[in-house]
Design a protein around this ligand. Structure first.
Ligand code: K7E
Ligand code: CUA
Length: 662
């Protein structure tokens, strides 16, 4: 009811925006009069920021402009995308391979933009897959998924893929503890406390972006939820929030909410690197897929890797510590200076803020409160900078501006609260519509926040948009934070369920954006790099069609000699070398998708015809005035027929009997 009255208020104010100085009661719920001006990006003008928004259970990443909220692109990452042929073309199928085989769907929660010296650099954006644990890297030259690596000894890759300040590592903590992959997993669930373990993984990123699992750390069977790398003075550390220190394996909503404090795990990864170098890590036999898209071949490969290095804290003193954190922490965020670590206990009445300097001192002084499964627990009071009092209900996540302020999202009280890091004073609060999850300030997780806005990613939309049946669009809300008070200036719907998002100044990306693939660099083994290579070849029951596309025809466009039981591979090469001229390719009855082939690229569609007949093929992307003419036919004859393979383009003489006269 409370919300509803706010909503009515907002609606009234919106319709009056720009006309009057109408001031409702409770100024926070007002939309400021210049909101339209602040978010208006005139036709033909560019937005100031790219905003990379996770798609949650859509498995994809969406790219918006800020401040307009305009959607530019959905980048397919963990889910198939028939619009782009991703996961359907022979070239992209290996991207979705895992140790479980081909997985066509994923659950992407968190975004991590690459950094140099703690500042966003616009090279790559990483995303986690929560369900079948994986991390993906998207290349921001092409806005395409370039690499996916699976994480073994993990289940629920949620505290991932948080990045270190020079993109040395992206991390992956398992949300669900499980029996380790190299043990007999066939154990009673009730033996959780004995047999279930947690891990955190450090995935190294080299200068070309290539990922490999450098090491994992074997940990008690708690649930690792979120993470942030240290920066500046705390560079070399990563902090992971953990809940379920009760180690419950059933009815977690009750049984994992027993203790007043759970933990934040502090990992000294520089120390861990030393232990790996010193040979302290155990080799463990596992199986995980590592998929790489080769940009010149326009083709992905998938390999199953077989080994991982595991560090056990028992053999590695001074590598990991637990820090008590009230109560079932979710977010765990480090401020731009690297001094403060903010824990957000979903069920806590305060926000604890920890001091990196004090953590170091407590470690040096061995100021411990015993241990948890052999891992030292730092004394809460010794590492605490302070607590934000009465901040709101259900704190989830915190981001920062460049002026020493923090912004925390509150799911239950449905608001963003701005507070000051130095004295922990609450400065401002604004409602969100409704139940904000993550929030994001451009550059907010880095050493250099760009500020200007905070964006709320809301879980519930209710009455904010035109109704669309039982399922409503989830939504983002943009607030201006340039003044003392936060001001709501825009709502925009999102794809799937938005969790985390990161925004970056447009100029850091647009200058590198690739326009075409050079045809001379095309090393796809199935490419036809010119009309003279267009052809059809039979290899047993495979028919390979090497077909070119250029405005406004396919070559060849008449194909005969295919027989029922054949598999036809259409290898389509787009010969265009102009920006923004893709061609599409579709064939009637295909059980997969279209292809969408970029200029200079080759993509392959496998087609298993299920009946005799003549089937049209056509271009699906309106590429020219004669796009509708960009089509052709392929004839399928009965199994055992002796129709020879023939192919042509522009040939008009009849070559066979007329069916009706037979
Ligand atoms: Cu808070 Cu999966 Cu990051 Cu969603 S998680 S909100
Ligand atoms: Cu090519 Cu339409």
């Amino acid at each position: 009811m409370k919300h509803l009255s706010k909503v009515i208020l907002i609606t009234t104010v919106t319709s009056l925006a720009g006309m009057t100085g109408c001031k409702p009661r409770g100024a926070q719920s007002a939309i400021s009069g210049d909101a339209a001006q602040k978010t208006y990006v005139a036709p033909g003008k560019y937005d100031e920021f790219y905003d990379f928004v996770s798609g949650g259970f859509s498995g994809q990443m969406a790219v918006y402009g800020l401040p307009s909220g305009r959607l530019f692109r959905v980048i397919p990452v963990f889910s198939v995308d028939p619009e782009k042929g991703y996961g359907y073309s022979e070239e992209t199928k290996p991207m979705l391979n895992t140790s479980h085989g081909f997985v066509p769907w994923g659950d992407l929660h968190h975004i991590a933009l690459s950094e140099t010296d703690g500042i966003q650099d616009g090279r790559w954006v990483f995303g986690n897959e929560n369900n079948t644990p994986r991390i993906a890297r998207v290349d921001l030259k092409t806005f395409r998924t370039a690499e996916i690596i699976e994480i073994p000894n993990s289940a629920g890759n949620h505290s991932s893929p948080f990045i270190t300040q020079n993109s040395e590592y992206v991390v992956a903590g398992t949300r669900f503890s499980i029996p380790m992959d190299n043990t007999n997993g066939d154990v009673p669930i009730s033996t959780y406390k004995q047999n279930f373990k947690g891990t955190v993984s450090f995935i190294h990123v080299d200068t070309s972006g290539r990922m490999n699992i450098a090491f994992q750390i074997l940990l008690p069977g708690v649930n690792f939820d979120l993470a942030r790398a240290g920066k500046g003075k705390s560079h070399g550390w990563v902090f992971f929030s953990c809940y379920n220190s009760e180690k419950a394996n059933t009815l977690l909503e009750v049984n994992a909410s027993q203790k007043d404090k759970d933990f934040i795990l502090c990992v000294n990864w520089k120390k861990a690197e030393e232990y790996v170098k010193a040979g302290k890590a155990q080799k463990r036999v596992v199986a995980y897929a590592h998929n790489i898209y080769n940009e010149n071949k326009h083709q992905a490969t998938s390999e199953i890797e077989k080994e991982v290095l595991m560090l056990d804290p028992k053999d590695c003193p001074d590598m990991v510590y637990f820090m008590p954190c009230p109560k079932s922490p979710h977010g765990c965020d480090t401020d731009p200076t690297g001094e403060y670590i903010v824990g957000s206990g979903k069920l806590a009445a305060v926000i604890p803020v920890f001091s990196f300097t004090k953590i170091q001192k407590a470690i040096a002084d061995k100021n411990f409160d015993g241990d948890y499964d052999g891992i030292p627990v730092l004394k809460y009071e010794a590492v605490l900078h302070g607590e934000v009092q009465k901040p709101g209900l259900g704190p989830l996540h915190t981001e920062f501006d460049a002026n020493g302020n923090a912004y925390t999202s509150f799911f239950i009280s449905s608001e963003i609260v701005k507070w000051r890091l130095s004295d922990l004073k609450v400065l401002d609060r604004v409602p969100t519509y409704y139940s904000v999850g993550h929030l994001s300030v451009p550059g907010g997780p880095t050493r250099k926040p760009w500020g200007k806005y905070v964006i709320a990613y809301n879980k519930i939309t209710k009455d904010r948009y035109l109704p669309t049946g039982p399922e409503l669009a989830q939504s983002a809300q943009l607030y201006d934070i340039s003044g003392d008070k936060m001001k709501l200036i825009l709502d925009f719907p999102t794809i799937g369920e938005p969790h985390y998002a990161e925004a970056i100044p447009a100029e850091l990306i647009m200058k590198n954006s690739q326009k075409i693939y050079k045809i001379e660099d095309n090393q796809n083994p199935w490419a036809a790099k010119g009309d003279k290579y267009a052809r059809v070849e039979r290899k047993g029951n495979e028919v390979h069609v090497y077909i070119t596309a250029i405005r406004s025809h396919f070559n060849p466009d008449n194909i005969e000699g295919v027989k029922l039981g054949d598999v036809v591979y259409f290898h389509v090469t787009n010969l265009e070398q102009d920006w923004d001229i893709p061609h599409g390719f579709a064939v009637k009855g295909a059980n997969n998708s279209e292809l969408l082939i970029m200029p200079g690229e080759t993509q392959t569609l496998a087609w298993r015809p299920d009946r005799v007949g003549v089937f049209p093929i056509y271009c699906t992307d309106f590429c020219s005035a004669l796009h509708q003419e960009m089509s052709g036919y392929i004839r399928v004859s009965p199994a055992g027929s002796n129709v020879p393979i023939t192919f042509s383009m522009g040939k008009t003489e009849p070559t066979g009997p007329i069916a009706e006269n037979k």
